[in-house]
Design a protein around this ligand. Structure first.
Ligand code: HEM
Length: 516
């Protein structure tokens, strides 16, 4: 024993005789260490998942995954591809979590027959209270989604498409104005502003007015961009979420000035919730049906959500509908402009279907254009929607996945990337090839287009999403002659932050308005 260790133990034994703060600290650390070792040993050798392959450290402790994501700053999905190459189709990536690689397992996990819960660890990171997105249990989430579903049905979207077209018109005016000033357009910013105004005008009849910001530099856009990467931290350290949610606006603006747009947006949404809950009669003055008509309707036989839950529902809808749609439009636009043949084909089809610029076609007409349809699908495929595995919890009785029995309580997932980038389903999967959706056998591909997820927890906003994509591509490519300004499809770089989070250079596009 060295003299230092001798000294430590002597002090420790002294403390035992005369308990003190230092004794409490040392005892807590030793107990914690002992607990980690006992728990880790149980996880390795006795846990129901101990027979599944994977890195030993991942099986031992959740800290391995935290280390990879937060310290190494590696994308989880990138690591998953590496792990499957070593360990095969099923990998244990945390003490109680399995990830699968076979695309067929996607339809087993997200089967319409399943009533599985969402994994609370992941989904609690998104909001403090309940919303259709974050309620873990199927039955409770279904009740909430059933209330909202009619508003987001295809019929409802078709009847309210003028709201979306109004946002398109405003975006196109902004782009034309930039052209008039001799500027190129940052197309990602333009689409983000478009998406946030569309969702806020559709859901609340209160557009965020992001499209009115000069050069699409809207504070709300900036704030949403800054806040998304926080999800990766918050899922492991949920206390951060509570801190941020209760932080006085002044402190937020001092700590992270970019987040002030979010503070303002929350304030606006919450004031509306306060107004409609206190004075439901104000809903009569709304210009069209909004989410509160459904959520606060006592005759529908549903429980009326609490004030806090309504608040979080509103905020989550804005987040769910903004980056998803704008990422898809951006990725598609940059790929189309990087491929002259694809560009020519889509413009030719649009000029035929939309001969006079003043006669803007309706969504139903655009939806039937085969090449535009192929563009929309290929953009959805390559953008992938959500890249982090959308984890679900296997019910107590266990389940068969990929031909193996999975014990009840296991957290299971398969990232969208393992389906949408699978070369046996989509040959040359990293290339943007709309033609793949036009080939005779392409109908069977729809089964694998999982960008909106599948099953009972699939996207509530799928119809609104499709309408935005068809109108977005059609308006941009019909109304403008476009070319890339110093970027290409190779510039597109994304980092995983649950969604793909754009990290590449600013995506400038020169957009000259067509005269007819
Ligand atoms: C291109 C556009 C969109 C894509 C690719 C997309 C994709 C997805 C995906 C993959 C999920 C499953 C998430 C998970 O379980 O972790 C989801 C769920 C959801 N989406 Fe979308 N979405 C889009 C647009 C929208 C829009 C416009 C809204 C607005 C209403 C919306 C609202 C929701 C909601 C509320 C859920 C939660 C459903 C549930 O948990 O049962 N999405 N979306």
């Amino acid at each position: 024993m060295t003299s230092t260790t001798r000294h430590f133990w002597a002090a420790y034994l002294d403390d035992l005789a005369y308990p003190s703060v230092s004794l409490a600290v040392v005892t807590s650390i030793l107990s914690w260490f002992l607990w980690v070792v006992i728990n880790g040993t149980y996880n390795l050798y006795l846990h129901p998942l101990s027979k599944f392959p994977g890195p030993k450290l991942a099986a031992f402790t959740i800290w391995w995954k935290i280390y990879v994501e937060l310290i190494q700053k590696k994308d989880l999905v990138e690591m998953l591809f590496e792990l499957h190459a070593v360990y095969g189709d099923v990998v244990r990536i945390a003490p109680n979590e399995l990830h699968f690689a076979k695309p067929s397992v996607y339809h087993e996990i997200h089967s319409p027959r399943n009533r599985w819960s969402k994994d609370p660890v992941l989904y609690n990171a998104f909001a403090e209270f309940e919303s259709s997105f974050t309620i873990p249990e199927y039955h409770r989430a279904k009740k909430r989604k059933d209330i909202l579903q009619p508003l987001f049905s295809r019929k409802s979207i078709i009847s309210m498409q003028h709201l979306i077209q109004d946002c398109m018109d405003q975006m196109c005016e902004g782009i034309a104005k930039q052209h008039g000033e001799g500027k190129s357009t940052n197309i990602l910013l333009a689409f983000r502003c478009l998406a946030v105004d569309t969702i806020t005008s559709f859901c609340f009849a209160k557009p965020a007015n992001a499209l009115a910001a000069p050069d699409f530099q809207a504070p709300i856009e900036r704030a949403m961009t800054l806040s998304l990467p926080m999800v990766t931290f918050i899922k492991y350290f949920p206390a951060i979420k509570t801190f941020v949610a209760h932080c006085p606006p002044l402190l937020v603006s001092l700590l992270k000035p970019g987040l002030i747009g979010l503070v303002n947006m929350r304030k606006t949404l919450w004031e509306q919730v306060l107004e409609v809950t206190k004075h439901p009669e104000t809903l009569e003055s709304a210009s069209h049906p909004i989410i509160y008509h459904a959520l606060l309707n006592p005759v529908s036989g549903h429980e009326i959500p609490s004030f806090t839950s309504l608040r979080d529902e509103a905020l989550l809808l804005v987040f769910a509908g903004t980056d998803t749609a704008s990422n898809t439009l951006t990725l598609g636009t940059i790929h189309i402009l990087s491929n002259p043949d694809i560009h020519k084909n889509v413009v030719r089809e649009l000029l035929e279907a939309w001969p006079r610029l003043d006669d803007t076609p309706r969504y139903e007409a655009l939806d039937s254009l085969p090449y535009l349809r192929a563009i929309v699908k290929e953009s959805l495929r390559l953008v992938q929607g959500v890249v982090t595995p959308m984890t679900r919890v296997v019910p107590v009785e266990g389940a068969e996945l990929g031909g193996r029995h999975i014990p009840g309580g296991t957290v299971v997932g398969i990232s969208n990337s393992f389906v949408l980038l699978d070369g046996s389903i989509f040959p040359d999967p990293h290339s943007f090839r709309p033609e793949r959706w036009l080939e005779p056998s392409s109908e069977s591909l729809d089964h694998w287009l999982v960008t909106f997820c599948k099953g009972p927890r699939s996207c509530l906003g799928v119809n609104l999403g499709y309408c935005e994509l068809f109108l977005g591509f059609a308006n941009l490519f019909r109304r403008f002659e476009l070319e890339l300004d110093g970027v290409s499809a190779k510039s597109l770089r994304w980092k995983e932050a649950y969604l793909p989070h754009y990290e590449g250079p600013d995506l400038y596009v020169r957009a000259a308005p067509r005269s007819a």
